[in-house]
Design a binder for this molecule. Structure first.
Ligand code: TMP
Length: 202
């Protein structure tokens, strides 16, 4: 049996990535593929509990990073690896690129520490495709729903998101083989057309 494929969605808060996950999953299901959609932090009962803490409780930067990777370890063990081994496809709303962008870029944790954790938690697994939804900061900020309470990350300042976005764009260059950058300011039909184009190649 051929192994399934692992697709990740990335972007700063307000980049609009989550709204396109359903579209991509549906397109793949139309090909007869079995597709799981999941998210990080989260994706397992334990991971969802860690998500609650990560999004709402104040903590040391290294604690935050270790909990992100703890949730990821569980996600890989319970959801991602078993599904891929069964030949099914997995779409995750965020993965390790988010740790490099947010904890590394936004919060300035050293790259060495992030690389150690990446090597520890998933030495032999990288996404087959990473869709990076990119928008200017002002657009992202304006999209955050003002009617609900913002989480610990969404409350960060513009400089935090500028640094986060810069790391994402740098990684898209460094790992150009798996990354595709999507201009998320485009109208939805245009974004769908671009996604169709990308999906035709995998
Ligand atoms: P979401 O709002 O896209 O579900 O993501 C939750 C928040 O968690 C988002 O602000 C980004 C942040 N995050 C990190 O800081 N590091 C990580 O490794 C992951 C997966 C998410």
């Amino acid at each position: 049996m051929t192994s399934g494929k692992f697709i990740t969605f990335e972007g700063i808060d307000g980049a609009g990535k989550s709204t396109h996950i359903g579209y991509v999953a549906e397109k793949l299901r139309q090909r007869g593929l079995l597709v799981h959609t999941t998210r990080e932090p989260g994706g397992t009962p334990l991971g969802e509990r860690l998500r609650e803490m990560l999004l709402h409780e104040k903590m040391h930067l290294e604690t935050e990073t270790l909990l992100m990777f703890a949730a990821r370890r569980e996600h890989l063990a319970q959801v991602i690896e078993p599904a891929l081994a069964r030949g099914e496809w997995v779409i995750s709303d965020r993965f390790t690129d988010a740790s490099f962008a947010y904890q590394g870029g936004g919060r300035k944790l050293s790259l060495d520490k992030l690389q150690v954790l990446e090597q520890w938690v998933h030495p032999n697994r990288q996404p087959d495709l990473t869709l990076l939804f990119d928008v200017p900061l002002e657009v992202a900020r304006s999209r955050l729903d003002a009617s609900r309470e913002l989480d610990r990350f969404e409350q960060e300042k513009a400089e935090f998101f500028a640094a986060t976005r810069a790391v994402y764009l740098q990684r898209a260059q460094d790992f150009a083989q798996r990354f595709r950058v999507i201009d998320s300011t485009c109208p939805v039909e245009q974004t769908h057309a671009r996604l169709d184009q990308i999906l035709a190649t995998i």
